[in-house]
Design a protein around this ligand. Sequence first.
Ligand SMILES: [Cu+2]
Length: 180
Amino acid sequence: MASRLRSHGALVLVVVLLAAASMALVGVVVNGFGRSTTAVASCEPSHTASQVVQVGLYDGGNGMMGAAPMMLRLIPSPSSGSAGQVTFVVTNYGALNHEFLVLPMPADGIGTRPVGSDGKIDESQSLGEASTSCGAGPGNGIATGSRSWVTLTLRPGNYELLCDVPWHYADGMYAAFTVT
Ligand SMILES: [Cu+2]
């Protein structure tokens, strides 16, 4: 009887430990999301032009539950503007590192740039870049949950917005932007 009580006690202890472990796990996940949210909220451009275009970067990671994995998307809102200063504010809602570049539209339309064996496009025509975590301009990429921005003076015309992390352009991470 005494030994049965002891083993029952051990079972209860195991259950309690398992519950504590799973709660700790949930805590890590919740804190992880909390950190991302805080990073975005505390990461606002210090200067913005009168025209602001919000750009969302998605990869099927964080915040896109149910989406097919590795759905790479770059979505500007709005997707057009008028000539002059435009500030692109780029938020990485995905789980991977991403970049944001603005280039003139290729002659054959978006998504038609040649991709090199390194998975990248020719960036020599780039007009500007927002590719750092919580700051303006180029850098080592926008970390998940962070934001970058760039202000450009654009003439009327068609532009292509894209991410040039290797293979992301080839996998569909581009969008059109029209200036009138
Ligand atoms: Cu990307």
